[in-house]
Write a protein that binds this ligand. Sequence first.
Ligand SMILES: [Zn+2]
Length: 261
Amino acid sequence: MKKLYKKYVSERKRNEYRVLFNKITSIASRGNTFHCNCCGKSFRKFKSKGTDTIRANAECPYCGSLERTRVLLFYIENETKILTDPVRLLHFAPEFSLYAILKQAKNLNYLNVDINPNLADFQMDIMDIPCSDESFDYIICSHVLGHVPDEKKAIKELYRVLAAGGTALIMTLIDLDNPQTLETEAADTPEKRLHYYTEPDLLRLHGTDFNKRLEEGGFEVEVIDYASQLGEEKKKTCSLGNGKRELIFKCTKSHFNSVHL
Ligand SMILES: [Zn+2]
């Protein structure tokens, strides 16, 4: 039955049905303990999530937002011009809960893309972005660079298409105890990648040197623990994670560099 469903219903349709199904079944979790700032709804619990370590109260049962999605939306609303000014935004691997908000923003020139054409409005390879230099004022790229075969090439491309004075908001899974990103040829199967990188589809597990890897691509990088800045109460109520997945790497491209490159 499951095989037939997969064979005859497209991935895009299956995703739409899943979203609808979640919205209906989320009624059972309604309550006042947790609040999702992405859909504005409150629940007595969020769904658990994770392959290696199970994270309790990670996923909003209604819109599917994760800890990192909620942190990112708070940051976008409070600290950027993405929802207010006429800016050009390139969004990789759009999270459904964020996509739903950004798609509605009338001020925004919004291009959302994914390597899988079923997961975004347009298909795009981050290692070969088919856009001219300095095309975007903002880029959102959350939990993508750990999955990309050639990370250096991807970072170079992000830098190239970002306008001078623009900002790329980049997030990834970080092993906070490892000062060096782990990449090993031994991790050549999903099982081994799960063992080495804690997720079966990661191609590396970033360490605390992630900001340096971005700086090597030309960016000026500020590492922001925005969940902590929001305070303990909000961190708990909105379940904003433990910092392994939720740090925001605010990458800017200075006017000076772009003139001299
Ligand atoms: Zn939600």
